[in-house]
Design a binder for this molecule. Sequence first.
Ligand SMILES: [Zn+2]
Length: 315
Amino acid sequence: MAMRCLLSRLNCKEYKNWIKAGYCLSLLKSSLQTFIESEMKSFHQRLCREIPQGLPRTRCQCKARGKQFNPACPVCVEWKKIILKHHTNKNGEIHWGNCKPSLWPTNYWEVAKVYMPRGHADTAGPQLCDAAALLNLINACDRFREFNQSKVREVIKCRNELMHSSDMNVSSNWLKDFGQRLQNLIFEFRHVPGIHDEGKRIQEVLKSDWLVEDFGYEVDGLVMESTQTHEEIPMLIMYETEQQLIQQLLKEIYLQIEEQVEEQESLSEKDFDSVQKVKAFLSEHVDLQSNLQATLEKLDILQRTHVSLEGEGCP
Ligand SMILES: [Zn+2]
C-alpha cells in the first residue's frame, strides 16, 4: 500500500515538476557555494581594512535580535555602519538577528549572514546554505554588483513561488520558464568554476521524464525492487529531494508564523490554509512523516503559541 502510494505520488506530473525544480536549485547551489565562500572571505578582509584603527578596546556584549540591532560598543557601531554601506537595500528588512556581532571582526560568515533572509542564525557556512540564502546574499551585498541582479531576482522569485506552493505542484509551463531563468543566471555567472557543467545537468533534468517504476532501496522500511527511473535519475535522489523540499517548505511556514508571533500579528487565512494543506498531504503519505515528525511538532507548538497569544487579545 505504502509502495503504491509512493509510486503514484512520484508519478504525478505537477508534483514531479515541483521536485525537479527543487533538485535544479540544489544543483545550482552546489556550484555557487565555493564561489560565495571565497568572495565573502575577500569581502570580509576588505571590510576589516575599512574599520577605523585605534577604537577603544571594550569587551563586546552586543546582541542582535530579529531586525533590530543597537550596537553598544564602538567596534560594533563601526561594523554596523560599514555592513549597511555595502547593503543594496539599506531601507529594506535587514535580519541582524542572523549573526553574532562580537564575531564580525574575526569571522567572515557572521558578516555574510547579515545579507541573508531571516532564519540563518545557525547556518555555519555556505556549504550548509540553500540556494535561496546564497541568491539573496548575492542580491543584497554590493560585492556582487558587477552581475546583472535582475537575473538573480528572477530566480529568487521563482524559488519563492515554488516554496509558497502549498499544493506542491507546478505546471510544465512554469517549469519551462523557470529553466530559462536558471540558464540566464548561469550565463551571468559563467566564469564560476563548475557552473557550466551544473547548467548542463539542469537542462538534462528538465527535459527528462523521470518516469518512476520500482526502486531497489530500503527507505524507512519500504523495500523496493529496481533501482532507477527511466531517465536514470536514482530514485533515492528523488526521494531525498522530496524530503528536503518539504522540510524547506515547513521551515518557510515556520519562519513566517514565528515572525507574526514576534510582531504580534494575526495569522492570515492563507497562512492557516498552507499549514493545513501540507499537514493533510503528509497525513496521506505516511512514508514522509517519520523524517518530518520533529519539524511538524515544532510547527504545532508554534501554532499553539500563536493561537494562545491571539486569545490573550493581541491585535
Ligand atoms: Zn559590540
